[in-house]
Design a protein around this ligand. Structure first.
Ligand SMILES: C[S@@+](CC[C@H](N)C(=O)[O-])C[C@H]1O[C@@H](n2cnc3c(N)ncnc32)[C@H](O)[C@@H]1O
Length: 327
């Protein structure tokens, strides 16, 4: 059975214990985020890496898993390269979503993050995680080939020209590329740069976009991002000094594949006709959806009670889901 957040939590428990001593390091990490410092700059320390794993790994795992799920079953990689993989959250997410996966290779500049990630993954009930390869390498480096390359919360660590170079290098060496960044205006700007780079390399987008055209929000009028809710364990709450038993992680992402032109209607497998890009609004006898569609771009879709099955689907639909629900 695929690994889930409980398995990740159990593996974190085994390595971090209650994590009670990590609160100051977690606070320092948050302060670094808030001051605009790249968290990677501070992950080069064993205690910071442990704090990162305790407070960020569950969230980055949930975000990457949601992105890979959105790409659908058309994504069938055997090998994974996780670039800037840190403590390996994206490998956990891939193991949770991609049954075809047989091996994973994590590259990162931080030896403490890699060593910790290896110990956490060793406790996973999954052979891909337990057998993953962890290599210290600081971009720019030659990348090994893989069916899927993931860059999770990594592009934003780099300067814009380095972001373009690493995404282009990933696209040269992989058949599919998934990029996930924080769901903030700055994270979305980095994401758009990755999206443009992938399109420039001839890749086609599977998710979230229903097209390969210019993003309607590239003008800066808004930013495309999605929420995922995740449970917080007792350790997570303690290290973060938080009371709520859950948190919402906001993320921006793109999953693109090298081929796909031969698919029905010219759409790569898994690409929806449209995607819901805000919380649906439930009104009396109707649901109002904000949908990104190939044309005309962002549109308001009113689904009234008279629409029958579509109305029920709209009531059940959430931010990030495909729309219409049936292709
Ligand atoms: C915010 S963490 C993300 C880690 C992981 N991908 C995740 O989603 O949890 C950023 C990672 O990028 C790594 N990093 C930063 N600059 C790098 C570089 N030039 N080459 C390789 N790794 C780098 C850091 O060591 C850190 O592990």
């Amino acid at each position: 059975m695929a690994v889930g957040e409980r398995d990740l939590d159990a593996a974190l428990d085994a390595v971090l214990g209650s994590g009670s001593e990590l609160a100051p390091a977690a606070a320092a990490l948050s302060a670094a985020y808030r001051s605009g410092r790249r968290p990677g700059e501070v992950l080069d320390d064993p205690t910071a890496a442990r704090a990162y794993a305790a407070v960020r790994m569950p969230a980055t795992f949930a975000a990457v898993r949601a992105a890979l799920r959105a790409a659908g079953p058309g994504l069938r990689p055997t090998t994974l390269l996780d670039i800037g993989g840190g403590t390996g959250a994206a490998v956990w997410a891939a193991a949770a979503t991609l049954p075809s996966l047989r091996s994973a290779h994590v590259l990162d500049g931080s030896a403490p993050a890699l060593a910790l990630g290896r110990r956490i993954a060793a406790g996973a009930p999954d052979p891909v995680l337990a057998g993953a390869t962890w290599t210290q390498a600081r971009w720019p480096v030659d990348l090994p080939g893989a069916d899927l390359a993931t860059l999770a919360y990594f592009a934003g660590e780099l300067r814009p020209e380095q972001q373009v170079a690493v995404v282009a290098a990933a696209a040269e060496r992989a058949g599919a590329v998934a990029v996930v960044e924080p769901g903030t205006p700055a994270g979305f700007a980095d994401l758009l740069r990755a999206r443009d780079t992938l399109l420039g390399m001839g890749f086609r987008i599977v998710a979230p976009c229903p097209h390969d055209l210019d993003c309607p929000w590239a003008t800066g009028s808004d930013w495309c991002h999605f929420p995922v809710r995740l449970p917080r364990s007792a350790r997570h709450r303690q290290v973060k000094g938080a009371r709520l038993g859950w948190e919402d992680e906001k993320f921006s992402y793109v999953v693109a594949v090298r081929d796909g032109a031969d698919r029905p209607e010219g759409r790569p497998e898994g690409r929806p006709e449209g995607r819901i890009v805000r919380h649906p609004l439930q009104r009396k006898g109707m649901v109002e959806l904000t949908v990104c569609a190939a044309r005309p771009g962002i549109e308001r879709v009113i689904v009234s009670k008279r629409s029958g099955a579509d109305y029920k689907a709209a009531r059940d639909a959430g931010w990030g889901d495909a729309w219409p629900p049936h292709p």
